[in-house]
Design a protein. Structure first.
Length: 458
């Protein structure tokens, strides 16, 4: 691959355009299948969510009444652009989509909506869909790592580098060459957006970030196919993304061991239905309560020891006023863990009216911890300190939260998670889900990517 001789945006583009199936190790293929299934469940969970309905209504008013691409929450069809938009919004609202720790980026929510829409419209094979997703993950994760921690303090990385990941995945399905792919990356990058300010007023912006990134990335690739020129150094240029959106960018990360280190394998599945920054402490509290046989009533105080980014993101939510905002409240998440033993999608629906959870949340504090901070973002260590009513001070640490590559979900657990998410919003019945799971596990052998769910007229 010529990517090994190039750096920056051009290196990413060459790698993505020239990647061949035989160069991808078998474990990467298998993990791509698992990530596709996990994304599918998250997308179905978005059915019925008010922000997603708003995006879908907008698309229905602006887009075609039919098309080649599938809208998972409605069983209708539309153009690839609006399918990517709706499916991305749907998959990023329940807080169950995957995450790459080092990039602090949710690749599945932007890559798979664009890739599925393009694959269905272009009638590509299942193997081409998965290979496109692999390329999108590798490019998007490296772009997120490049922009660094200072970028994440202000910008929602999924909204910014997500467009690049979606453009690369779509570009693969359009069979762009390296030069066209670089133009696609440039056009996606110049549209990068997504600010964390939405957390402070419980705004609906987060699923919109994924929707915009996936749709704009898809559009960038289609434009590049037709000769539209994008900035050729959008990530590393003097007025590019690193210059304008980061103070600690590391441009070497853009092409870090391309074709040797598979960043997709480092992607984590979400176990709890909350912001990933809450998961390490949630796992540590769950483990501690189990080890010592504690109930919520026996706990006077919980001190969650976290990395600084967790304080910056979660500290904005002191008293949640919406279910989605509750998912960014460390107190609410630990309250659900303590009172109900789980912080899943069903538990969050009742959290705002649960006085026991609110009472426990008032006993939760966060503080920056030097060890946790030093390990972040490569590792997300969980540490909690608990004071009990009988005066004991107990501590627990978790090296790898549930869902991380070293503590991953099995295929059976992923299937069960997808079934729960589909049932939550009534997006698909058990038999429909069983058939969809067969299609998803067999995706690599599919001659043409068809519908994942029966259509409204079928």
């Amino acid at each position: 691959m010529s990517a090994i001789h190039e750096s920056g945006s051009a290196g990413l583009a060459a790698f993505a355009a020239e990647l061949r199936p035989e160069q991808v190790p078998e474990p990467v293929w298998r993990r791509a299948e698992e990530l596709l299934l996990d994304w599918f469940g998250s997308a179905l969970a978005g059915k019925g969510a008010r922000p997603v309905a708003s995006v879908a209504d907008f698309a229905a008013a602006m887009g075609p009444a039919d098309g080649a691409a599938e809208l998972l929450i409605s069983r209708r069809r539309s153009s690839p652009l609006f399918a990517a938009m709706i499916n991305a919004a749907a998959s990023h609202v329940a807080e169950q989509d995957d995450v790459h720790n080092g990039a602090v980026f949710h690749p599945g929510a932007v890559v798979f909506p664009a890739a599925l829409a393009a694959a269905q419209a272009l009638r590509r094979s299942g193997a081409e869909l998965l290979l496109a997703a692999i390329a999108g993950y590798e490019a998007g994760i490296r772009a997120g790592e490049c922009l660094g921690r200072s970028h994440y303090r202000v910008f929602h990385t999924t909204g910014t580098v997500g467009g690049i990941a979606a453009a690369v995945a779509t570009g693969r399905l359009l069979r762009l060459d390296a030069r066209q792919m670089n133009h696609a990356i440039g056009t996606a990058g110049t549209q990068a957006a997504g600010l964390w300010e939405f957390l402070r007023t419980a705004a609906d912006s987060k699923p919109l970030h994924a929707a915009h990134a996936s749709a704009s990335g898809l559009a960038a690739a289609y434009l590049a196919r037709d000769g539209f020129r994008g900035a050729e150094r959008i990530l590393e240029g003097t007025q590019g993304m690193a210059a304008g959106m980061s103070r600690d960018a590391d441009l070497s990360r853009l092409t870090d061991r391309l074709g040797q280190r598979w960043a997709l394998l480092e992607t984590s599945f979400k176990y709890h239905a909350s912001c990933r920054h809450t998961h390490p402490a949630a796992d540590a509290l769950l483990q501690l309560m189990g080890q010592h046989g504690l109930s919520a009533r026996e706990i006077v105080r919980v001190n969650a020891k976290v990395h600084v980014a967790a304080l910056e993101v979660l500290g904005a939510v002191a008293r949640p006023t919406t279910v989605h905002q509750a998912k960014f409240s460390m107190g609410t998440v630990l309250g659900l863990i303590a009172c109900h033993g789980a912080a899943g999608i069903a538990e969050f629906e009742r959290a705002l009216d649960d006085t026991a959870v609110a009472d426990f949340a008032a006993r939760v504090a966060m503080e920056a911890d030097a060890e946790v901070e030093a390990a972040y973002p490569r590792r997300w260590i969980g540490k909690v300190e608990v004071l009990t009513r009988d005066g004991r001070r107990l501590e627990c640490r978790v090296e790898q939260p549930k869902g991380d590559p070293g503590n991953t979900l099995s295929r059976a657990e992923l299937e069960a998670k997808a079934m729960r998410l589909a049932a939550f919003g009534g997006a698909a019945g058990p038999e429909e889900m069983r058939l969809a799971l067969v299609r998803l596990w067999d995706m690599r052998g599919a001659a043409v990517v068809g519908r994942l769910l029966p259509g409204e007229r079928e």
